[in-house]
Design a protein around this ligand. Sequence first.
Ligand code: ADP
Length: 369
Amino acid sequence: MKLSHKLFASYLLVIAVSLTVLSVATSFIAPQNFWQTMHNRGGGGPNRGGMMERMELLDEQLDSSVRASVNNALLLAGGAAVITAILASWFVSQRIVRPIRAVVDVSQRIASGHYDERLNARTGDELGELMESFDRMASALDESETTRRQLLADVTHELKTPLASIKGYMEGLQDNILPAGPETFQLVHREAARLQRLVEDLQELSRVEAGQVTILAKPLDAALVVQSVVERMQPQFVEKEIALQTEVPPGLPRVRADHDRMEQILTNLLGNALQYTARGGAVKVCVKPSDHMLDFAVRDTGIGLAPEDRERVFQRFYRVDKSRSRASGGSGIGLTITRYLVEAQGGKIWAESAGLGQGSTFHFTLPAA
Ligand code: ADP
């Protein structure tokens, strides 16, 4: 049964009940009251013969005329009520049915892949709220679909390059253009290693994006964590002749963080600093308290960042210098994962740089314990 018919039926029910009650009331109660009043008005005076009979006849005529006029009034009122019910149910059902129809149509269009469809509600009632929240859901779907498509395109693109290189080396070997020696095998191995790193990064990215990374936050000595990462990475810095220093003031409050995740964040940022700083440069890790948080900064004297790239470097697969970064094995996912890890622990991460060639500083904060 359609909504408009249901509405009309409910109105009819109300009319039928009201008319029944009205007609019962007018046929039993109202006449009694009426005659009671008439007799009372007549007073208790002495009855005189023929007058009585004429009065009774008059009573009957009056009674039937009262009943007739009441019935006519009821009929008229009933007719008017039914017409009003038809109009009201049509109007109300239009106000309710039209938005619902729109929701049904748009949801079907979204389901068939038209993610940009919206309802754009104009009413401020509950239906308007429903439509607004439907639009919000559609926007979220649209966004996640765009992200999915973008991710698929990025991953395909990232896989293509090393695969094409491996294929090229193999063809070179088959056609005896490349020597079957350690150098060629080294090249193939390097590309395979890049593929492996990419797959591992993607696995980690999908885990952090799905919120599947468990964070076991507990009070930690920030100085000790920084020291252990710096000591572990020192040999790579020594090899590239880059000075690696720390600046940690005494008496720092403890940081509330997951030990392994904090090490991972510092390792990623120091790895980047090492990669994007030329031989002979310097990298410094500084820690300082700042408004219930601890501020960590990894400062380098490397290639620096243009203002427009400071925010973009945190987007997945974003690399400032695509060829240089790819040649060094970078997939452009490291900072995306790092940002998730920082935010999952209640902190923030951002990049600062005076410009290209001016070095850069990656800051991140974590809550003080
Ligand atoms: P990648 O694996 O390519 O290094 P990241 O997500 O770690 O990926 O970094 C994204 C991009 O940000 C890098 O390709 C590089 O262009 C830029 N970047 C990261 N760290 C630095 C830094 N310390 N100095 C200059 N540029 C950097």
